[in-house]
Design a protein around this ligand. Structure first.
Ligand code: M6R
Length: 615
């Protein structure tokens, strides 16, 4: 049978050892990681000294239901998993944990050479139940295990290739959890008489804020005596204890129906927290991030490389940097950039934007850029992530944990940082003077209040969304910065509402796409740019004349006639350049309410995962 090599890639893993009964803790921690995958879930717990496994296809809730009928497993140490399958059907059998005779594991990542290892193990009369590469690791651990878990783990680590994180339990070592990582993220949390492993901080925040960040090829051993770390030479090593600056509220819904809505509401705070420390005397100041105006102005060209929403933030960045600083900016999709032999040299700055800091293509683009000799700057939200650690320069966005798969507040702070960079660069190269730089910076600082005001009128976006729910397809159009924004509006809508949508440069419609317009087809026209307004209105009239139902996102001061727009979302009058910061909010809300009204799972849209750690 054909085996899909990339069977389990993203996924979330957790583990617990300690004073408390752990099944509920494992389930609760997994619930904070469901954004990493949610097509199956499982746990393995030392129950009366024996490893017992419960796993199920479907959501975590299905696993909990299953345990109600099959009987809950109980103990004080265990591991857990929530899975996102990229290939192959999610099934009970392919769900984690997977076991060899004396070893059970959970796994996040890819084992690239699983096939050779599997063939070898089959030649040694080992039998496999599932189609996963994970089971190959479990069996290999079992094959090498001769009484010392560390020896077996080290041998396996020397043999397997790929990027992965593993949580491991050995039947002979009750109430002990082992963990190891290469590339894929893994933290080790420590509380009072208890310790944890997790793929991400929100999973442990309810229990502790203190954690260690496991580095590549480091092994951790958790038992009743605490936590120890080893390298692949079996030498004990010391790691630095970190404290999460996110509190638990950040990982809870706090009365909002969905994380996405909560995160949309958190945007004003996220902007303030991100930009305030980087503004000194009314001017952008990125020195705390190791970025000086002198260093910035040396670059001949800027490349912005990212995926999805982060790439859209980069596109806004391109428009504003080119407009204000007159420095050429090329925006690339990371998965294209890495394979197109990009033209780069030491005079180029490559900016990688990523919420998670773990996106495989963005990380590969970063490594490639460094290899070629360009300077790299990462704009990242997740502290200590791979992209954050490997870039030459780093600006953290302070959005806090973003749980909803659809990115909102992370995008917002990514563009806020783009503005700071654009202002600083424009001033450094002498394209704007100090007064203009101050004026622009203060405009940026005013956006959180404006957004708070827009959020107070969000019911209007709900009304607009109700006109979209039966659509099969829709278009977003705009020019200039409005076009850059349309891309994000369109992605947001399609990823959570499952309605097909495309964003198009308004002036390009008549070169083909306008033939798609038929009676009643919704067109969301983003028309915030004063300088392009009349041009966009002409394009709106073109689609309206062909039967489109037009929803206009424009300045409130504009009062469209019925022959132009059916619905309008009005925005306050501010400078063209800063408009994307506020105009994205109604686009996010329209996507959100459309998804809610269609009865979709807003925070966990089908086929997606938050952190895309495979290419
Ligand atoms: O973690 P990253 O910012 O690198 O993720 C990039 C994309 O996968 C991400 O922005 C994705 O497009 C979002 N789900 C969109 O809402």
């Amino acid at each position: 049978m054909f085996y899909n090599k990339s069977n389990d890639h993203m996924c979330g893993i957790v583990g617990y050892v300690g004073k408390n009964e752990c099944t509920d803790i494992l389930i609760d921690s997994l619930s904070k990681l469901e954004y990493r995958g949610y097509d199956s879930a499982g746990i393995a717990v030392f129950d009366s000294g024996e490893i017992k496994v419960a796993k199920s296809k479907g959501r975590l809730a299905d696993l909990v239901e299953k345990m109600k009928t099959e009987g809950k497993i109980k103990g004080h140490a265990g591991i857990g998993h929530t899975r996102w399958a990229t290939h192959g059907e999610p099934s009970d059998i392919n769900s984690h944990p997977h076991s060899g005779k004396r070893v059970t594991i959970v796994h996040n990542g890819i084992i690239e050479n699983y096939k050779q290892i599997k063939d070898f193990l089959i030649s040694q009369n080992r039998e496999f139940l599932s189609e996963t590469d994970t089971e190959v690791v479990a069996q290999l651990l079992d094959y090498y295990y001769e009484g010392d878990p560390l020896d077996a783990i080290i041998k396996v680590m020397r043999e397997i290739r790929g990027s992965f994180a593993l949580g491991i339990v050995f039947a002979d070592f009750a109430d002990t959890v082992y963990a190891v990582r290469r590339e894929s993220p893994l933290i080790v949390g420590v509380g009072e008489n208890e310790s944890f492993i997790a793929s991400d901080v929100p999973a442990i925040l309810k229990y502790t804020k203190n954690y260690y960040l496991l580095e590549h090829d480091e092994i951790s051993v958790l038992n009743k005596d605490g936590v120890k770390f080893y390298n692949l030479h079996k030498k004990e090593i010391k790691l630095e204890l970190k404290t999460a600056d996110w509190d638990m509220d950040a990982a809870e819904k706090n009365g909002f129906e969905h994380f996405m809505l909560k995160e949309i509401h958190e945007q004003p705070t996220a902007i303030r927290t991100t930009i305030t420390p980087r503004i000194v005397d009314g001017l952008p100041n990125l020195e705390e991030c190791g970025i000086t105006p002198e260093a910035l102005k040396k670059f001949n060209r800027i490349h912005i490389v990212a995926c999805g929403t982060a790439m859209h933030a980069g596109t806004v960045g391109k428009y504003i940097i080119e407009k204000l600083a007159r420095v050429p900016v090329i925006v690339d999709i990371a998965s294209e950039f890495r394979y197109r032999d990009p033209l780069l040299d030491e005079n180029d700055l490559v900016i990688i934007i990523s919420q998670s800091g773990e996106t495989a293509d963005s990380l590969a683009a970063l490594r490639l850029s460094k290899e070629i000799g360009a300077k790299t700057l990462a704009i990242v939200n997740a502290k200590g992530s791979s992209i954050a650690r490997e870039a030459d320069m780093l600006i953290y966005t302070h959005a806090g944990p973003e749980i909803a798969v659809a990115s909102t507040k992370a995008y917002m702070v990514q563009i806020a940082v783009m503005y700071l960079l654009a202002f600083e660069l424009a001033y450094a190269v002498g394209k704007i003077d100090i007064d203009e730089c101050r004026r622009l910076t203060s405009l940026l600082s005013s956006t959180p209040d404006i957004i708070e005001n827009i959020l107070e009128h969000k019911e209007h976006t709900q009304y607009i969304a109700s006109s979209l729910i039966t659509a099969d397809s829709l278009l977003y159009i705009g020019r200039g910065l409005d076009y850059a924004l349309s891309m994000e509006g369109s992605l947001k809508l399609k990823e959570i509402s499952y309605i097909h949508s495309e964003s198009y440069a308004a002036g390009e419609l008549k070169h083909g796409t306008i033939s798609l317009i038929s009676d009643g087809m919704p067109v969301i026209a983003v028309a915030t740019q004063k300088s392009l307004f009349e041009k966009t209105v002409s394009n709106i009239k073109e689609v309206k004349a062909r039967g489109a139902k037009v929803i206009m996102v424009c300045r409130d001061s504009y009062d469209p006639e019925k022959d132009i727009a059916d619905y309008k979302f009005g925005l306050p009058d501010i400078d063209d350049i800063i408009m994307p910061m506020i105009a994205v909010v109604p686009l996010q809300l329209i996507a959100y309410y459309t998804s809610v009204l269609r009865g979709n799972d807003v925070d966990k849209p089908r086929n997606l995962a938050k952190s895309v750690t495979v290419e």
